[in-house]
Design a protein around this ligand. Structure first.
Ligand SMILES: Nc1ncnc2c1ncn2[C@@H]1O[C@H](COP(=O)(O)OP(=O)(O)OP(=O)(O)O)[C@@H](O)[C@H]1O
Ligand SMILES: [Mg+2]
Length: 208
């Protein structure tokens, strides 16, 4: 079983959207997938309750219970566990990063998100966890994404060459327990989720 942590200190950067989108993309690719919601806001778990499809499995857990929860997932044949985390919760994020094979640091290309990522980089260093920044909510037009990427690389952060743009499909899908892949399978939003998953699963850290 491979474990992906989805982190960012900043609220609203898109952790839950990325978690659920990648989980559904992995289900679509034939994997057995569990989402572990470590956020007391329980956005992922609520999404799971409103979802009609049985997969991915979504469980709510406290960071202190992460070990047993992941053991149970492993015993149940889960291929990929995706950990959705809370903002401003360094201790839980550190625990998530420590057990993960790879971490995505989620940031919108805004100065506030980018500043918050400095903390997340320290956290990855502390956890000795490999990871990369995934830019989310990138405007279709303009150079915001490229400027953010250049700034982050200047701080020594790896930035994934795949991105998730600002797309209404993400927002519209969430209320019905869906993701962009379920809601508009042929949309650019859906295709970007698949591209991010393919990039992730091609990493040596995520290989069997
Ligand atoms: N790429 C995107 N395009 C359009 N809307 C998006 C995108 N990413 C996230 N959103 C929307 O932005 C809002 C915040 O996203 P989300 O809940 O995923 O962030 P979060 O980091 O999990 O927040 P929190 O820190 O509160 O857990 C949601 O309404 C979501 O639908
Ligand atoms: Mg969230």
């Amino acid at each position: 079983m491979k474990i992906l942590a989805v982190l960012s200190n900043k609220g609203g950067s898109g952790k839950t959207t990325v978690t659920l989108s990648l989980a559904v993309a992995a289900v679509e690719a034939g994997m057995s997938v569990a989402v572990v919601d470590l956020d007391p806001q329980s956005n992922s778990a609520d999404w799971g309750d409103s979802r009609e499809a049985d997969s991915p499995v979504v469980v709510s857990a406290q960071a202190a219970r992460l070990g047993p929860v992941l053991d149970a997932a492993r015993e149940n044949g889960v291929d990929l566990a995706v950990l959705d985390t809370a903002p401003r919760s360094e201790e839980a994020a550190l625990k998530a990063a420590r057990v993960s094979d790879f971490a995505f640091l989620i940031a919108r290309p805004s100065i506030h998100d980018l500043r918050a990522l400095r903390y997340s980089k320290d956290l990855l260093d502390l956890a000795k966890a490999p990871g990369a920044v995934l830019l989310n909510g990138v405007p279709h037009q303009g150079s915001h994404g490229d400027e953010a990427e250049a700034a982050l690389e200047g701080w020594g952060l790896e930035v994934a060459p795949v991105r998730m743009s600002q797309r209404a499909a993400h927002y519209n899908a969430a209320a019905g327990g869906l993701t962009a892949i379920d809601y508009e399978p042929k949309s650019r939003a859906a295709e970007e989720c698949r591209e991010v998953l393919r990039w992730l699963m091609a990493r040596k850290e995520m290989a069997d």
